[in-house]
Write a protein that binds this ligand. Structure first.
Ligand SMILES: [Zn+2]
Length: 114
């Protein structure tokens, strides 16, 4: 993972989905959720920042369109081989399904950069 992407995402400067564009809205979730991956246990409590493009897919629950976009813009897209891409996509899908299960609220606009 490129640390610069991770850092900017952590600061809320990048969309939490595609990690590519500036967030336009935030999706709060009703509950936190935990995801177990092969190398980590991840806990999600924070609202998700989404750019305008990802936000449409998230709100309409177009999970495959969202995954297509997220995979295409993935910071490691060029380095991953086919099985790695498949695995990443599967993990992201699981994470988004868990996010929906945790109850996603309506998007709220983010105030412009201050
Ligand atoms: Zn995005």
């Amino acid at each position: 993972m490129n640390d610069d992407f991770a850092m900017r995402a952590a600061l809320g400067l990048l969309c939490d989905y595609c990690v590519h564009d500036t967030p336009a809205v935030v999706f709060r979730q009703k509950r936190g959720f935990t995801m177990i991956t092969p190398d980590a246990v991840l806990r999600f409590e924070d609202p998700w920042n989404a750019c305008a493009a990802c936000a449409q897919f998230v709100e309409r629950r177009q999970i495959h369109l969202l995954l297509d976009r997220v995979m295409r813009l993935h910071p490691r897209h060029g380095e991953m081989n086919r099985p790695q891409k498949r695995l990443t996509r599967r993990m992201l899908k699981r994470m988004y399904m868990a996010m929906y299960d945790a109850g996603v609220e309506k998007p709220e606009p983010i105030a412009g950069p201050s």
